[in-house]
Design a protein around this ligand. Sequence first.
Ligand code: SF4
Length: 299
Amino acid sequence: MSSASLNSNDIKAQALRLGFVACGLAKAEPVADSFARRYQHWLDLDYCGEMDYMRRNVEMRLQPDLLVPGVKTIVSLAMNFMPEKPQPAISLYAQGKDYHDVMKQRMQELMQACNLEGRCFVDTAPVLERYWAWKSGIGIVTQSGLVAVPGYGPTVFLGELFLTAEADHYDQPLPNSMPEEIGWTKVCPALTPEGLDARLCISYQTIEHRGPLPEELELKRTFYGCDRCLRATPQFAESQPTTEQAFQPSEALQKMTADDWESLTEEQYRTLFKGSAVKRAKFDGLKRNIERWLKQLKP
Ligand code: SF4
């Protein structure tokens, strides 16, 4: 397959058949200078907090052929995760099964169906996924920094195929008709004009950060992740429930109340979050979050 060109229409048709809501193809060229400079500046400001992996392999992030030698085409894919009846205390993206597993399996099926050569990535390799989503024309990067896919809003997971063949057609970025500047630092201080300051972000603190939560951190609606900027993004109005059963919460999770969370045992935690991305915070981390959340809920 590597000498023949990729049939972009076939890849897109198969992607839709497999449940992706958007698929676009971009040439695997080095990341544009303006994006690369912004990323480097973001690192220089220490906005990545303890996520040291963001500092590693910077060159690889900016130059796709350092990650996959011989890569010619990057296929960007999006899957709708908007749950129908979410458990309100957990971020919308983490209600069902771990998206890494669901997306990866579906992307492997796509590679098989179209006989593609290359590798697939879901959020676990040095790939600037939001840049590639923009470049391949599947969405726009909103002022809140999220990627919004037309018709589905920002409630999407992203994944990329790095393929070693040229394609018969490449997509163009979508025109970005940005809405009025709505003052993101007022929505959340973590959303600075220079990008997300993870150290101030509830999502980062409740998922990635180990050890005690900062004293001043207020958890209001959710104790795992945070959806405030997602919901404040104007394109959130376009979000619609996903047809993917894997991203719906189980009935048991959906029905959990504040009292149930307060008495959560490790055994319940294991059952409730089997195969879920919530396990990233570990039981102790989740209990730490719940404790803070309850303190503010029942002062
Ligand atoms: S996830 Fe929450 S805390 Fe983080 S930037 Fe968005 S609104 Fe702010």
